[in-house]
Write a protein that binds this ligand. Structure first.
Ligand SMILES: Nc1ncnc2c1ncn2[C@@H]1O[C@H](COP(=O)(O)OP(=O)(O)OP(=O)(O)O)[C@@H](O)[C@H]1O
Length: 257
């Protein structure tokens, strides 16, 4: 049987008397897409912060491909294959679209012994940047400055930058937030394509339920820091407590339906 790429055990974060994440257990299999949903304050960001190393858990552990990464600093976790989007904070506005991806790739190729010659390393970086932009359907924007492209295209560029570090586990933070309906459809289709064709495992937080149900293999529903439910989209849709707590249905509405 395949081993999980990510194993979360009893993961807990307390801020003073407030438990933001409470004893979460989760096993994610390679190439799965997991959505994490929950109302504001449910603990999604804190959960991400502990997986990516920005916060040290109060309790519990995080294992990546069988290795304990609990409490390691973000740069070490990133080098081990975890990459996270930051709602445009990893984009340099004055650089071109292609340069943004090249910067991310250079860090990677800088350590490659195979490409000892500067010119060949440069060519390899440029070629790989163009392949990534093509994958995200924004190659036509390669020479534009990042600050002038549309918001939706910026978010796609952000995903290209995230993928440039060749991650095994990709954490996307509300990838379609603020997008037009058309950009949302395009982005959802692209992420689905990446999930189906690439060697990526995705964790996605998202408020748009169409996106969640269109992408996720399984969904973790968080409520007040706890795991309210973990299951397939179908199971989540049919779970009465989830419907009440998160999908906005109350018993009165159900009774009158
Ligand atoms: N650095 C912090 N110090 C103190 N409390 C915090 C800190 N970060 C988060 N919290 C608290 O932890 C709880 C969970 O917050 P978190 O941001 O993880 O929720 P979320 O599900 O990501 O919400 P949103 O959807 O609004 O981003 C909240 O009660 C929040 O106030």
């Amino acid at each position: 049987m395949t081993d999980p790429i990510l194993k979360i055990s009893n993961l807990t974060k307390r801020f003073g008397g407030n438990t933001a994440v409470s004893a979460i257990n989760l096993e994610v299999m390679p190439r799965e897409t997991i959505a994490i949903i929950g109302p504001n304050g449910a603990g999604k960001t804190t959960f991400y912060n502990m997986v990516s190393g920005r916060m040290t858990p109060s309790n519990g552990s995080v294992e990546l491909e069988g290795k304990d990464i609990t409490g390691l600093p973000p740069h070490k976790i990133s080098r081990m294959g975890v990459s996270r989007s930051f709602q445009l904070n990893n984009i340099f506005p004055e650089m071109t679209v292609q340069e943004n991806v090249e910067v991310a790739l250079t860090a990677l190729h800088g350590h490659s012994r195979r490409l000892f010659n500067f010119a060949s390393r440069n060519r390899a970086v440029q070629e790989e940047a163009r392949q990534l932009l093509d994958k995200l359907h924004i190659l036509d924007l390669a020479s534009r400055r990042a600050e002038v492209i549309s918001y939706g295209d910026k978010r796609l560029l952000e995903i290209a930058v995230v993928l440039a570090t060749r991650p095994h586990l990709v954490l996307l933070d509300e990838p379609t937030a603020g997008m037009t309906p058309d950009e949302t459809r395009r982005t959802t289709a692209l992420i689905r394509q990446l999930a189906e064709t690439g060697d990526y495992t995705f964790l996605i937080t998202e408020h748009d339920m169409d996106v969640v149900f269109g992408l996720a293999d399984r969904i973790l529903v968080m409520h007040r820091g706890e795991n309210l439910f973990f299951g397939t989209p179908e199971e989540v849709k049919n779970h009465p407590e989830v419907r009440r707590a998160y999908l906005g249905e109350d018993e009165e509405e159900e009774a009158s339906a």
